[in-house]
Each structure stands twice: as structure tokens, then as C-alpha cells.
Design a protein around this ligand. Sequence first.
Ligand SMILES: NC(=O)c1ccc[n+]([C@@H]2O[C@H](COP(=O)([O-])OP(=O)(O)OC[C@H]3O[C@@H](n4cnc5c(N)ncnc54)[C@H](O)[C@@H]3O)[C@@H](O)[C@H]2O)c1
Ligand SMILES: N[C@@H](CCC=O)C(=O)O
Length: 528
Amino acid sequence: MTAETTFKLTYATMYNPPEELHQRFDEALAEAKATLGREYGMIINGEEYFAAEKVEDRSPIHTDWVLGFFQKGTERDAQNALAAARKAFPGWAATPWQERVALVRKAADLINQRVFEIGAKLALEVGKNRMESLGDVAESADLYRYACTMMEAHDGYVKEMGIDPLAGYQVSNISVLRPYGVWVVISPFNFPAALTGGPVAHALVAGNTVVMKPATDTPWVPRMIAECLRDAGVPAGVFNYVTGPGRSLGQALIDSPDVNGITFTGSYDVGMGIYRDYAKGKYIRPIVLELGGKNPAIVSRHANLDDAAIGIVRSIFGLQGQKCSACSRVFVEAPVYDALVERLVNLTGKLAVGDPTERNVYMGPVINKSAYADYQAFCTDLGQHGRILTGGKVLTEGAMAKGYFVAPTLVDELPLDHRLWKQEMFLPIATIARVQSLDEAMRLANDVDYGLTAGFYGAEDELAWFEDKIEAGVTYMNRPQGATTGAWPGFQPFGGWKGSGAIGKNMGGWHYLPVYMREQIRTRVRKA
Ligand SMILES: NC(=O)c1ccc[n+]([C@@H]2O[C@H](COP(=O)([O-])OP(=O)(O)OC[C@H]3O[C@@H](n4cnc5c(N)ncnc54)[C@H](O)[C@@H]3O)[C@@H](O)[C@H]2O)c1
Ligand SMILES: N[C@@H](CCC=O)C(=O)O
């Protein structure tokens, strides 16, 4: 990004971009729109593969916009991609880690060089606003670099251990982290750049070869990420990109005995199914699961209510509530309840909803017809059992008639035993409750199967209590930029507890890369 020297784009800094960012996004968008409708192959063993059946990738902004045609890959394609990755593994694993790092860094540079092109296409494909779209792409490049930095910081994870005193012998004990083999990366629709690129980069830097399968709704952006790897010179077969339905092609990847490790990012239900199926293999193999969230914000009577309101609204409605980190539950101490709710409703009313490629729009459409139908069903239920403070309806006026647009929705007075306090809706809907104490808020906040992100607004002397008690992998306090959203690699490594994540180590952080490697101790003894 040219403005990079003066402006570091993250989800927390995106609110004051330099003018140049807008100009370059607009240029890239015009170019992307002029080249819609191409066909894209899968990339297996460095070659384009075309399936008998194709899938149309349509924009959720306007369903007449056909972005491209993608391959409806089959179980056979899954097997071919795994075979290519298996064949490439010995060479890639034997490549000095410094060379692997150099190639992955080169790919990161290409992602940065293409950030506007990929960002514009991402906005069209996901319906994400322009700054969040550019952020997703920039985050992907930063995750690549973070993986490289970690490899270097740990000197390739080769470490001399203590020397056991064996009289008459010389001993050397070395610990080495080595790759597992073939790694499958399955990504969700909502961060097609960062959550495809991040796990892929870590697997590759560690020396694994990769088969990557993006979500059916968003194959285009991962294809461009794949092209960056290819153009950087990552050898054929080391990285393979396949597209097709999760239940057939995806399931074939999960069921294959040729897989040595998996990173799955997606919903709890699909992730748990994969976990169980994968466990049917002959022995235990590593699996990284990054699953859903039901993220709370707690507001104390001592909070700065303006900071709380803006941070909460940004986190409820960013990407239309379709972030695993989205704030979907708000617990407010009674003395400040009315004042906070008034601010939340007021700010929500000011959110611009529409074509998210336009510079002043904050909220675009939801991803597809099924999410659009879910929104309507949830709102009917919430209206019957709670009080809809704002929103609760689909938006069909003017240019929105051809897309999946819905109103940002806030609900209160929903009985605390209603299922929608616990179920991830993954839509721009949040429920708000009045609590009598912070302890009550904490009990409710933790009373879900998830534990991804959480936010708190209150006095300085309440913060340590919050940090200690909350069950979540990523926590934010007094943050107007986002109550529960907006993590950035190297600043806020991202991962969940409980039903939100399986490994207890966060991506973009110090402890994550070793997950993609297994330890070998090398003890050599010779007579002194
Ligand atoms: N914890 C995190 O870091 C994180 C980040 C982003 C999204 N998410 C979660 O992802 C979900 C939204 O994304 P989604 O709707 O794309 O999720 P999803 O679970 O529907 O799909 C995720 C991926 O799994 C594939 N898939 C589906 N069935 C499969 C099967 N049987 N075998 C193999 N692959 C299969 C899909 O094609 C897609 O690529 C939300 O629950 C959200 O919270 C979590
Ligand atoms: N990393 C993103 C969330 C990714 C999940 O969907 C955030 O921190 O808001």
C-alpha cells in the first residue's frame, strides 16, 4: 500500500484512512467490475484443473453480478491434490527454512502489491465494506510475515538441550521441530484472505505442503491468494487450491488417510463433525479448529458510555455481524442501562447500509439467501419474545432490491433462558440485558459454550477482575475502536477457548507456529 509509510491499516485504525486509499480502491473496483465473469480453475500440482461442473460466484450486493465461474471439484480432485502435496513434501521439508521463509515473504509482498485489486474483489464477493476488505487482505500479508518472523526468531526451532553426564562419552542433545507432512486448510466465507492465508502461511513456513479449500461462497479471493504464492515461486504441488462443496470435496479431504494435519476455521457444528470424523483415522493427528463465538460486552456503571456505545456498535455491526468476533450480547449495569441503550440505538440509526464498495457505507449485505432467511426467522422470534429496539426488517429499497440487505438490529427484554442468548446467529443482531451487578454480568457472559472474544467498559480498578474472570481467548477493555472485534497479528493474536477453539494458542502470536511442527530429539553419543 503506497500510503503505508504514514498509515498502517488495521481494523482499529481504519476509520481515518488517507484519501489515496479511497482513490486507489475506486480505480481497482472499476477495473474489477470491467472483468467480471471469467472462469477460474483449481490449482493442483502447479497446473490449472477444470471440473465437469461449474459454480457461479454471485455478489451478495447484487445477485445479477456474476463475479466468476469456479470449479465444482469432486472427491477425485481432493485425492489428486493430496497426492500432489504428498509428492512435493520431501523436497519442501528438505528446503532450508530460510528459503521457505524467503518465498513466503515474497508472496506477502505480492499480496501487498495487489491489495487494492484483491480488496475490491473481496468487497464484491463478501459484501464487506471497503476498509474492512482492504484490512482483510493486509491482514493476510501480515500473517504471512508473522509466520516468517517467528521462524527466524526461533532460529528454525533447532535448539541445543542440556548434556547428560555420561562418563567416558561425548553427548549432544538437539531438539528439532519438523513438519508433519500434508496439511489441509479449510476456510470460512467471512475472511477469505486472512483466514485462508494465515494458516496456509504457517503450514508452509513450517515445511508442510498444503491443500487449501475455501468456502463455496468465496472462492475468488483465495484464488488470488493462491496466485500470489504461485507467482512468488512456491514450487508446484507445495500449495494446491481446490474448490467445491464442503460436504463432498471437503469431506473427502477430512476422511483421507493421506492427511497429516488440518486447520479448519468455520462454524461449531461443522467443525465438531470434522473433529469426530478425523478422529476415525488410524492414529491421532493434529487438528486446529477455530470455531464460532457468542461474544459479550459488559458495561459497568463506571464506564465512559460514549466509548462503550461506539465500540459496541462497531463490533455488533461490522461486516454485518458476520465476524466470529462480533459482539452479540451486551450486559449493562442497571444504573447506566437506559443511557447506554439510548446511545446504542442512536448510533445504530446513523449507520449507512448499502453497497459496501461505496466509501461512506458501513454495512453491506449478508452473505447469501440462507443467511437472509435466517435473519428474518430470528427477527420474528425475537420480536415475539423480546422487544426490537431498532431494525428487525429486510431492506429492499432502490439499489438494495437485488441484494441481501437487512437492518442492523438491537433487541432487549429477551428472557435470559431464550435459546438466542446462546446460539450464534452470525448476523447483525445483538441482544441487550440489564444486570444488577458485574458478578451477574460475568456469570451470564461465561454461561455459553463459546469463549472467543469479550469486551469490558469500566473503571481502571475493575479491569484486572474482568481479565481474570472472563472465559475468552481475546479480551478488550475500554476500547472505542471495537468492543470485541479488530484483532491484528502481532498486536492481538487471535484464538478462542471452549467451543471456540481447540488449541489454546492464538494465530498471529508467539506460540502458534509450533502447532504445525512435531518435535524430534536427536541424541548423539560417541566415546570420548
Ligand atoms: N474462530 C475463528 O477464528 C473464526 C473465524 C471466522 C469464522 N469463524 C466461524 O465460521 C462460521 C462462518 O463461516 P462459514 O459459514 O463459512 O462456516 P461453515 O462451517 O459453514 O464452513 C466453513 C468451511 O467448511 C467447509 N465445509 C462444510 N462442510 C464440510 C465438511 N463436511 N467437510 C469439510 N469441509 C466442510 C465449507 O465449505 C467452508 O469452506 C461462523 O460460525 C464463525 O464464527 C470462526
Ligand atoms: N480477526 C477478526 C475476526 C475474524 C473472525 O471472523 C477480528 O478480530 O475481528
